[in-house]
Design a protein around this ligand. Structure first.
Ligand SMILES: C[S@@+](CC[C@H](N)C(=O)[O-])C[C@H]1O[C@@H](n2cnc3c(N)ncnc32)[C@H](O)[C@@H]1O
Length: 418
């Protein structure tokens, strides 16, 4: 008699299906999508070696992150940690209210795991991941395409997207380049489509003073931020993305701030697990984050490979120290391109306010409230800070409240439980 669950089977034994295992509904799109991928020159696969790490060659010398097994291992742990942090949300993959996406783009897809998970979740959608380096994956769902391309080039995808996603893209672009990327996102989204971005900080913090001020980790963030500023591609993306997304014309902007623990020190079981995975990311990722930036843009002069390795070895030991109750801040922004109706209304208001501005001065001026409606599209009004909640959101029950209490955020005050 065969034991239930045994893997030893007779020829016509079927594997019993767990009735609680939910099948994904929907019809897969099995078009020959892979014919759209193109063969890549082997140099793109090989990359270029520098200081013992492999880097992409598509934009040589332009992106700080390595493209090798160690880096992909770090990204994978970071991705899993993010999923754990949002595991109590209705959907851990994203927060935008996207229900039935058809065309999705993941910019800087890295190992492609988010794109693959999205393809599994939405079998009738086409999910594209794009990166400078070919993702090291052997298999992907038929409705997922991972492409090698530079998003700073003009986009050539024929279809528009209903959802564009980015994660951990800090330091990938200069301020002007970010502007270009967000504009391309805006232009290539269907009206009403969503953009979502998740970013982590470089600064390591602790709330209980358990991280000594003279530790390597306490100065880690400043060190990397200074080098990235020198490189022209600042790593403070976490702090700048909201303003740039708003400036690109997106509305309905939502934000969630996380305290992302490093290490399993948190009492909350979700944060404990997220922290363990995040610690794995930091231990395998730190050398890759520091090597390129410090050997090129380190202070007071570029560091040697050995100097970086010594710094990272000390930092890694500090990460492993259970007495350090450390975390970084992370932020998720999601926002919407106006619908066609909103765009039409906005252009009507803009043209009306332009006309009234051209009237002779003795005519009744357009009220400030009315004329400022048109300015919410591309350039926020100079009278109000660009991070202020736009008036049309103030009454929105959907607006996420910040959950950070350390005083660095002005967006809320309740303790974070993600
Ligand atoms: C730190 S990784 C994050 C990967 C993935 N999103 C994740 O969260 O695990 C950033 C990725 O952005 C890619 N990238 C940087 N500049 C890019 C560009 N101009 N075009 C496309 N991808 C780019 C890098 O090659 C890298 O794989």
């Amino acid at each position: 008699m065969k034991r239930e669950g045994s893997s030893t089977v007779e020829a016509d034994d079927s594997i019993l299906v767990d009735p609680s295992f939910q099948a994904i509904k929907g019809k897969a799109n099995y078009d020959d999508i892979h014919s759209e991928t193109y063969s890549l020159a082997s140099s793109i696969y090989r990359g270029v070696m520098e200081n013992g790490r492999r880097y992409q060659t598509m934009r040589e010398g332009e992106y700080w992150g390595p493209a090798d097994d160690q880096h992909f291992e770090a990204l994978e742990a970071g991705y899993l940690s993010q999923l754990v942090m949002d595991s109590e949300s209705p959907n851990a993959l994203f927060q935008s209210p996207v229900e039935n996406p058809q065309n999705v783009l993941d910019i800087g897809t890295g190992r492609g795991t988010w794109a693959i998970d999205m393809a599994d979740m939405f079998p009738s959608a086409m999910i594209r991941g794009v990166d400078l380096f070919p993702p090291p994956v052997d298999w992907m769902p038929p409705n997922c395409v991972l492409e090698v391309d530079d998003v700073l080039q003009e986009w050539t995808w024929r279809e528009s997207f209903d959802f564009i996603h980015m994660s951990i893209m800090l330091g990938a672009f200069s301020t002007d380049e970010w502007e270009r990327v967000y504009k391309q996102c805006y232009d290539n989204l269907t009206p009403g489509g969503w953009i979502e971005q998740f970013e982590g900080a470089c600064h390591i913090m602790s709330d209980d003073g358990s991280l000594p001020e003279d530790s390597i980790l306490a100065s880690w963030g400043d060190n990397l931020i200074a080098a990235s500023n020198k490189s022209g591609r600042p790593m403070g993306t976490l702090d700048t993305m909201r303003e740039q997304i708003e400036k690109a014309g997106f509305i309905d902007v939502h934000e969630k701030v996380y305290k992302w623990p490093i290490g399993g020190w948190a009492k909350d079981p979700v944060l404990k697990e997220a922290g363990r995975l995040n610690s794995t990311m930091w231990k395998s990722g730190m050398e890759g984050w520091a090597m390129y930036l410090l050997t090129r843009y380190g202070t007071p002069k570029p560091w040697s490979k050995q100097e970086v390795q010594v710094l990272v070895a000390k930092a890694r030991a500090e990460v492993k120290n259970p007495a350090h109750h450390i975390y970084i801040l992370a932020r998720r922004i999601w926002a919407r391109k106006p619908t066609s109706e909103e765009l039409a209304k906005e252009s009507k208001v803009t043209s009306e306010s332009t006309q009234s501005a051209q009237q002779p001065p003795h005519r009744t001026p357009t009220p400030v409230a009315e004329s400022s409606i048109g300015s919410k599209s591309r350039s926020p009004s100079p009278e109000r800070p660009t991070h202020a909640t736009p008036p049309y959101l103030e009454s929105s029950p959907e607006l996420e409240k910040s959950s950070v209490t350390d005083g660095t955020s002005t967006r809320g005050s309740s303790p974070q439980k993600t």
